[in-house]
Design a protein around this ligand. Structure first.
Ligand code: NAI
Ligand code: MG
Length: 365
């Protein structure tokens, strides 16, 4: 009997539906090749959902996702909906509530620059001559973004505003386990990034990560302060492998890593919930970039970020590791063979310029 899985597809707005179509073709190919089936149901989200129902996250979309193993998400938003009240805007009203509803506390953002694309990176060529390949594991539902008290008031006739960085030990334990597990599947090195010389929450962070490291004796754990990590990423990007950090630090460092990688159109992401008994996670998988309204509808968007998001979904939510490996290898080969969408084209010899579906064709081949 073949393995069967179920996902929801929320393509969203802008380039979302265009790059999603290519991902679905890739999914069909790996189903056939590796002998499993993925039941797919497509639902409205973001601006498209606002236009049809008045709300960016219809209850029917949430219900369908609850019944699934994972969500493959495109992107939401665009100029058409920017003037709506914040709560019903595509990102604020759909993506954030989805993360919250499903308890997606672990954000995995790979920063990868394939060897053939290193000239697209702003860092010195010799520093990433062998490519750049770092996985940032960012805590997504705690820390200063959510901590209380948070607010603004008058003190001694002056406005004062405050946020609180709060971490419960259990929140650190669960993100640390995700990071160690990810490190086990790579070079078995984990860098924990904190500010333990200044912040109480970071002292607890470091203590807890050290405790969890005992469950993963094969992984070599090291620590770095966040300000130093920001420097070292630029100075010796090739020396990083997996890093784990709290919400705000991860927000900043993962954007720095995306920049080192060169193109947003290449970078996937995963937001994971609690690990299940079988070792898999419910997750939402989406490109690191947005809906790219400037190029939507032209068939020129790079579908690779979406396709690699599918690979992460297969790996972390469905356990179809061979299929995930095959997709990642096919993408690497396609780039090595010179196929380029506009965002990664440089008019070097040996490049073949393709559109969205042409890139999909090359990866399928
Ligand atoms: P963006 O990521 O959509 O675009 C930034 C630049 O990168 C643009 O020049 C775009 O053409 C390019 N780009 C992004 N993905 C690409 C791809 N796959 N291939 C080729 N080029 C690509 O960010 P921006 O312009 O700040 O936001 C546009 C809209 O997307 C806004 O409405 C924003 O709210 C929304 N957004 C949605 C996100 C989500 O759904 N998770 C995340 C970020 C932004
Ligand atoms: Mg950010």
């Amino acid at each position: 009997m073949s393995r069967s899985h179920r996902i929801t597809i929320l393509a969203g707005d802008g380039i979302g539906p265009e790059v999603m179509a290519e991902s679905v073709r890739i999914l069909e190919a790996v189903e056939a090749k590796f002998g499993f089936t993925v039941a797919r149901s497509e639902h409205l989200v973001g601006g498209a959902a606002i236009d049809a129902t008045g709300h960016p996250l219809p209850p029917e979309t949430v219900a369908a996702s609850e019944a699934a193993d994972a969500i493959l998400f495109g992107s939401v938003g665009g100029p058409k909906w920017e003037t709506l009240p914040p709560d019903i805007q595509p990102e604020r009203g759909a993506l954030l509530p989805l993360r919250k509803h499903f308890g997606l506390f672990a954000n995995l953002r790979p920063g990868v620059c394939l060897p053939a694309l290193t000239h697209a990176s702003p860092v010195k060529q010799e520093l990433i001559a062998d490519g750049f390949d770092v996985l940032c594991v960012r805590e997504l539902t705690g820390g200063v973004y959510f901590g209380t008290p948070k607010g603004r008031e008058e003190r001694n006739g002056e406005p004062v505003a405050f946020d609180t960085m709060v971490y419960m030990k259990s929140e650190i334990q669960r993100i640390a386990r995700v990071a160690f597990t990810a490190a086990m599947g790579r070079k078995k090195q984990l860098l924990s990034v904190d500010k333990a010389n200044v912040l109480a929450s970071s002292v607890l962070w470091r203590e807890t990560v050290v405790e969890i490291s005992k469950e993963f004796p094969e992984v070599e754990l090291s620590h770095m302060y966040v300000d130093n990590a920001a420097m070292q990423l630029i100075k010796r990007p090739g020396s990083f492998d997996v890093l784990v950090t709290e919400n705000l630090f991860g927000d900043i460092l993962s954007d720095e890593m995306a920049m080192i990688s060169g193109s947003l159109g290449m970078l996937p992401s995963a937001s994971l919930g609690k690990q299940r008994e079988d070792g898999l996670y419910f997750g939402l998988y989406e490109p690191s970039g947005g809906s790219a309204p400037d190029i939507a509808g032209q068939g020129i968007a790079n579908p690779i970020a979406q396709i690699l998001s599918l690979a992460m979904l297969l790996r972390f939510s469905l356990g179809e590791v061979e299929a995930a490996d095959a997709i990642e290898a096919a993408v690497a080969k396609t780039i090595a063979d010179g196929f380029r969408t506009g965002d990664i084209a440089t008019s070097q010899p040996g490049e073949t310029k393709v559109g969205t579906s042409g890139m999909g064709d090359a990866i399928l081949a």
